[in-house]
Design a protein around this ligand. Structure first.
Ligand code: THU
Length: 162
C-alpha cells in the first residue's frame, strides 16, 4: 500500500472587480443566463455562460422536468448546444452562477460530477484547456484553468482500450 496525494490549483477572488475584464464580463453573462432557468421543482436557478474562440457567448440554464431525472444542468445545456451547433469553435472559458429566492447563496456553487465529466470531454476533444469560473454574487469567485483540477480522476478514453 502507498499513500498518494494530488494537488490541485485554483484561484480565489474576493470580488468580481478583481477579475480581468473578460472574466468579469463572462460572470455577468452567467447571471443573464439564469433568466431562462426552468426550475419550478428545486427553485434553484443556475446559469452558465461560455466564451468561444470566435468571441461568441453561449448560454445555458438548468432545465428541470416533472420526471426529475429528465432535467439537465445549466453547464451541460450550454456545452451540448456548443457541441451540436458550434463544434469547431474552441471553448475558452465558462462561468457558472446560481440564485434562489429561498436563501442568499454565500459561496460559489461548483458543478456536479456529470457536468465536470462533460467539460473534460470537450477539453480533450478540442485539445485546449478550458477556464472555469464559479461566480458567487455575494461571496468569492473560484477560477480553475483546465478541468483536471476539478476532476483529477475523470474517466478517460484510454480506459476503453487495452
Ligand atoms: N444544477 C445545475 O444546473 N448544475 C450543476 O452542476 C448542479 C445542479 C441544477 C440541477 C437542478 O435543476 C438544480 O440545480 C438543483 O439541483
Amino acid at each position: 500500500m502507498s499513500n498518494k496525494n494530488i494537488t490541485i490549483s485554483y484561484q480565489e477572488y474576493s470580488s468580481i472587480d478583481d477579475l480581468n475584464p473578460e472574466d468579469r464580463d463572462l460572470c455577468k453573462e452567467a447571471t443573464t443566463a439564469m433568466v431562462n432557468s426552468h426550475s419550478p421543482y428545486s427553485e434553484f436557478r443556475v446559469g452558465a455562460a461560455v466564451r468561444l474562440e470566435s468571441g461568441k457567448i453561449v448560454y445555458g440554464s438548468n432545465q428541470e422536468n416533472v420526471a426529475y431525472p429528465s432535467g439537465l444542468c445549466a453547464e451541460r445545456v450550454a456545452l451540448f448546444t456548443i457541441g451540436s451547433t458550434y463544434p469547431n469553435d474552441k471553448i475558452l472559458a465558462m462561468a457558472i452562477t446560481a440564485q434562489t429566492d429561498n436563501f442568499k447563496i454565500m459561496h460559489p456553487v461548483t458543478s456536479c460530477g456529470a457536468c465536470l465529466q462533460v467539460m473534460a470531454e470537450y477539453e480533450k476533444k478540442q485539445s485546449h484547456s478550458i477556464d472555469v469560473l464559479f461566480y458567487c454574487q455575494h461571496g468569492s469567485i473560484i477560477k480553475t484553468s483546465g478541468i483536471e483540477s476539478l476532476l483529477p480522476f475523470a474517466f478517460a478514453e484510454t480506459r476503453l482500450k487495452k
